[in-house]
Ligand binder design. Structure first.
Ligand code: SF4
Ligand SMILES: [Zn+2]
Ligand SMILES: [Zn+2]
Length: 328
């Protein structure tokens, strides 16, 4: 599985000698892809507008729905939790502690800090799942036991745990912090390898049961990494800046670099690439036909009961293999 929340190394320096395009006061942030510069207030409104546009145009959820946000301690997921609460949505969060030494410790601290200092005031709840305690070992040890790459083991466990929590606590929708850079990089990878099956499922709003999981949405797909880092800095949201150590050398980083070069040469390339894909995809296939296709092949896992296309789901397979290779 591709690592999905790679962070840019450092928060952006926010300086601009320009005036705000909207209100003409001093701007703090330049946005070349929109040919604009914004002051803090107008930038925050711009970010909120992009999120609202994403939610409404993709029919992600309504004010009545209960949302579960997947938080990692990074800028994207904490910005998402913050934005959803400020926009009046009912958003709780789930943090999965992967047991990756100092990285997991510092990311959990950031999430707890946000939960206590911001989210609690909205009556929002934070759930924590600790892999070492529940699955019996940290993610790197589990990956070694089952002889699989760490990121793919991590993906299987996180997908399963988020879905499990969503169903157990009766959330309507799961939201993740994937941004425009993540989605454009993933699209580039899928196009380069002509991964038709993945292309079909690359939308920012996947209905319930596709893959056998709760409805999944990506409300930040209209915002870039740089914009989200700026949102956190301007709004004093403390996030973990270091990357997960397992992300080193991942393909996604290379695709992001390539896209950033193109973006510097011609601002707006990333959004043209990804939004253009979404527009063509929307015209090409009605989402319901995809859902029906998946639903017809799903049945309960023989061990845990969660929907799967095989006899046993990939999480249970992984846990069975991990137990077999544990010394007695
Ligand atoms: S191990 Fe780290 S980089 Fe890999 S998928 Fe998990 S969190 Fe992402
Ligand atoms: Zn302004
Ligand atoms: Zn199972």
């Amino acid at each position: 599985m591709t690592p999905h929340h790679l962070q840019s190394a450092a928060p952006p320096r926010i300086i601009s000698s320009m005036n705000c395009t909207k209100c003409k006061t001093k701007a703090v942030m330049k946005l070349p892809r929109h040919n604009a510069a914004f002051c803090k207030g107008c930038f925050n409104r711009f970010v909120q507008d992009q999120v609202l546009k994403a939610i409404r145009s993709q029919e992600m959820f309504t004010q009545q729905d209960r949302l579960l946000v997947a938080v990692s301690g990074g800028k994207d997921s904490l910005a998402l939790w913050d934005l959803l609460l400020k926009l009046g949505y009912k958003a709780d969060a789930l943090y999965v502690n992967l047991g990756i030494g100092g990285y997991s410790e510092s990311s959990q601290k950031k999430v707890v800090h946000f939960a206590e200092t911001v989210a609690a005031a909205y009556g929002s709840v934070m759930h924590v799942h600790t892999v070492e305690r529940e699955e019996g070992a940290g993610i790197r040890e589990l990956a070694m036991m089952v002889h699989r790459p760490t990121c793919s083991t991590c993906g299987t466990i996180k997908r399963y745990r988020f879905n499990h929590a969503a169903i157990q606590h009766e959330y309507d929708v799961m939201a993740t912090g994937h941004n425009l850079d993540d989605e454009a990089a993933r699209l580039l990878g899928n196009v380069l390898h002509w991964q038709h099956e993945y292309l079909e499922k690359q939308g920012p709003s996947l209905p319930a049961s596709l893959d056998g999981f709760a409805k999944k949405v990506k409300p930040l797909y209209r915002l870039t990494e740089r914009e989200l880092a700026a949102y956190c800095v301007l709004n004093r949201i403390e996030y973990v800046v270091e990357e997960c150590p397992m992300a080193q050398g991942a393909r996604t980083l290379l695709y992001k670099e390539v896209l950033n070069r193109l973006e510097t040469e011609s601002p707006g390339t990333k959004q043209m690439f990804y939004w253009g894909f979404l527009e063509k995809h929307r015209k090409a296939e009605a989402p319901m036909s995809m859902v029906d296709k998946d639903r017809s092949t799903l049945h309960p896992c023989s061990l845990c009961g969660q929907p799967t296309t095989a006899d046993t789901c990939s999480y249970c397979k992984l846990m069975v293999r991990a137990k077999i290779s544990t010394p007695h």
